[in-house]
Every structure is written in C-alpha cells, then in structure tokens.
Design a protein around this ligand. Sequence first.
Ligand SMILES: CC(=O)SCCNC(=O)CCNC(=O)[C@H](O)C(C)(C)COP(=O)(O)OP(=O)(O)OC[C@H]1O[C@@H](n2cnc3c(N)ncnc32)[C@H](O)[C@@H]1OP(=O)(O)O
Length: 215
Amino acid sequence: MSRPVVLLGGGGHARVLASMLRRLEVEILGVVDPRFPVGSDCFGVSVLGDDSALCAYSPKQVGLINGIGSLPGDSGVRERLFCRYSEKGYRFDSVIDPQAFVAAEAELMQGVQVMAGVIIQTGAKIASNCIVNSGAIVEHDCRIGRHVHIAPGAVLSGGVEVGDNVHIGSGAVVIQNIRIGSGSIVGAGGIVTRDVGDGRVVYPARSHIQDRQQG
Ligand SMILES: CC(=O)SCCNC(=O)CCNC(=O)[C@H](O)C(C)(C)COP(=O)(O)OP(=O)(O)OC[C@H]1O[C@@H](n2cnc3c(N)ncnc32)[C@H](O)[C@@H]1OP(=O)(O)O
C-alpha cells in the first residue's frame, strides 16, 4: 500500500481501522463522513466532508478503506459504498493487522479487513469487502462470500462455505464442512452443526439470568 488512503466512515469500526493503519504506517488523508463538520477531528484524523469530498482525489491517487461496520438488519451502507466506488474505479485496499496470522496460501480479495488476533488458515478464500473481526478463526479450505462479517471470536472450522452477505455473530462456532446460505445470520454464541439455507437466522439458546439470592 504505497499511496495514501481515505477512510469511509467515522464510527467505531473506522476507529479500529485507523488504529491499525497507524501501526501499519499507512498515511490516512482523511475521513469521509457526512455527520461531522469539515475539518473536525475524528480519532486524530481530519474530516474531509461528505462523499463529494472524495471527488478531489482520483482513483489513482488514493486507496479506499471501508470504515462502515456491518450488523444484522442494518441498511447495507457498507455494501452500497463498496459497489458505488468500485464502479467509479476506486480500489478498496485489504488490510491485515500485524497481530493477525494469514497463511501464505490463503486468498483474500479486494477490501478484506483482517483484525487483530485473527487466524486464517491455508486454502481459505475470502471474497471482497468482508470483515474478519478481532480474534476470529477461519480454518483451512473455508470459502467465504462477499460482504460477510465474521464477528469477534467466531470460529469457522475446516471446509465451511459461507454465501454472500452473511453475518456470523460474535463467538459463534460452525463445525467442519457446513454450508451457510446467502443473507443468513448466525446469532452471537450460536453453534452450527447442520447446513443453513439462504436467508435464515440461527438463534442460539438464551442465557438464563436470575437473582443471586435465588441460588
Ligand atoms: C466489534 C463488534 O461489536 S461487531 C458486532 C458483533 N455482534 C454480533 O455478532 C451480534 C449478532 N446478533 C445477534 O446475535 C442477534 O441477537 C440476532 C441477530 C441473533 C437476533 O436479533 P433480533 O432478531 O433483533 O433479536 P432480538 O434482539 O429481538 O431478540 C429476540 C429474542 O432472542 C434472544 N436472542 C437474541 N440474540 C440472541 C443470541 N445471540 N443468543 C441467545 N438469544 C438471543 C433475545 O434475548 C430475545 O429473547 P426474548 O424474546 O426472550 O426477549
């Protein structure tokens, strides 16, 4: 990544990325986020303005970092921005935290974000615009579709296939060779032992909370 980058979004996910980019010694030209005044400070990075501010930079001058997070049921801004700016010729850089392990034989497509503590094993293929969040494990030969969020601490065992636009919740565990269909959600803490079709939600068992005195 020799050219500077512009960070899209100024929320929590962008903040983690900014911290990582600093450790990678990547120059951040600024943050694009319509919610903040031009020139204001966003976690130590100057706000350039709304999307129109990006027009000042050609796709050759800057790389883009998608700082929009992704949660089940959100409005899909992360995917829309990725598609809109890719069509205009901009490139979304992939970023790998220095504290992550990515096997040399794993394949990461454009704009994949690998956060601290992640392990991605040999033969894994991760399509564009995915987030592999802090401490997640993607085992050997997994196939992950586009715009997928593997949330913190989730574990995908060997040979798991995940469709596009899937959310794997924090701490979820998917056993080996399972297929998870496009648009599905695996709830935080879920354990998946059977294939999941398209557009399904896996609800894990609820925790039971009671007063300590009731023992
Ligand atoms: C860096 C970051 O922070 S990245 C963000 C990481 N966050 C995640 O991965 C969160 C993933 N999301 C979830 O797990 C969600 O709770 C979902 C998608 C499974 C369910 O969302 P919704 O359909 O909106 O469920 P809702 O919040 O209305 O809860 C419905 C019921 O399911 C229960 N429930 C919801 N999620 C879970 C869960 N993960 N495990 C067990 N029970 C759950 C709720 O307690 C509630 O129970 P109740 O009816 O007895 O009150």
